[in-house]
Write a protein that binds this ligand. Structure first.
Ligand code: ATP
Length: 249
């Protein structure tokens, strides 16, 4: 089963084609990452899938259902949630109120159980439920952002740069939790500048350049490609690594 199938997706903005025929697939239990330099269309791809940008050509299917160009609230109902870049937590609202906003598309009777599920994944949020969102640390705010997206019980969770501005240890914790989320039945599409961290948890990756996918494959294939390593992984390809390099990383 596929959680997401994007076929030949084109998106014009202001007369300029920003997405130029993108194909991406995420399996129902998959973690897929999208790498690429600034301005190549990664965020635009997520926003087009999520219905923030409309007027696309091509198709976007979620769990087999065509959601191309639907309004974003219908796309949330179809099973797609986003944790956007910059987190966009409501700082003057409590953690619980932030979580409730994420459940707006769901029946009210589910609310308590959904909060429990999210707090099961992120126990620190349970301790902070009555605190204001703005009082949380950066890592906790990222957890709240992901938790809020999970309140909609998505089939597909899209994350845009979740590691941005976070210490390496916090990134490790959050990326570990993404593996738990996948294990709980939600597929993940991850846009990430921190390619090393993303490739550690992804099953498959796409590299975008100029609005197109320029390379795709399993993480091992990316790590073995000298051009990809030089551009995104800042060092030697796996073929040239010393045996103990991974232990030091
Ligand atoms: N609303 C918009 N209006 C005009 N141009 C836009 C708009 N959204 C995106 N673009 C342009 O589309 C291109 C791709 O932007 P996008 O934000 O998708 O890149 P990105 O790969 O996510 O990079 P970054 O990591 O810097 O966010 C850029 O040239 C950007 O200026």
């Amino acid at each position: 089963m596929t959680a997401l199938e994007v076929r030949d997706l084109h998106l014009p903005i202001g007369g300029q084609e920003i997405l130029k025929g993108v194909n991406v697939t995420v399996a129902a239990d998959g973690i897929v990452c999208i790498l690429g330099a600034n301005g190549v269309g990664k965020t635009t791809l997520m926003r087009t899938i999520g219905g923030v940008y409309r007027g696309a050509q091509g198709t976007v299917r979620v769990d087999g259902v065509d959601i191309t160009n639907l309004p974003s609230h219908e796309i949330v109902r179809a099973g797609v949630s986003q944790a956007p870049e910059g987190r966009h937590i409501f700082g003057s609202m409590t953690v619980e109120e932030n979580l409730r906003i994420g459940a707006i598309s769901r029946p009210p009777g589910e609310l308590r159980e959904s909060i429990d599920r999210v707090c099961g994944l992120f126990p620190i949020l349970r301790e902070r439920l009555r605190q204001k969102g703005g009082s949380l640390s950066g890592g906790e705010q990222q957890m709240l952002c992901i938790g809020r997206a999970l309140m909609a019980r998505p089939k597909l969770l899209m994350l845009d740069e979740p590691s941005l501005g976070l210490a390496p240890m916090v990134v490790r914790t959050i990326f570990g939790l993404l593996q738990d989320i996948r294990g709980s039945g939600t597929a993940i599409l991850l846009v990430e500048q921190n390619a090393s961290a993303a490739l550690r948890i992804a099953d498959y990756a796409y590299v975008m350049e100029g609005g197109r996918v320029s390379f795709e494959g399993a993480p091992e294939a990316l790590k073995a490609d000298e051009r990809i390593v030089a551009a995104y992984l800042g060092g030697q390809s796996q073929r040239h690594r010393a045996p103990d390099d991974d232990a030091r990383a």
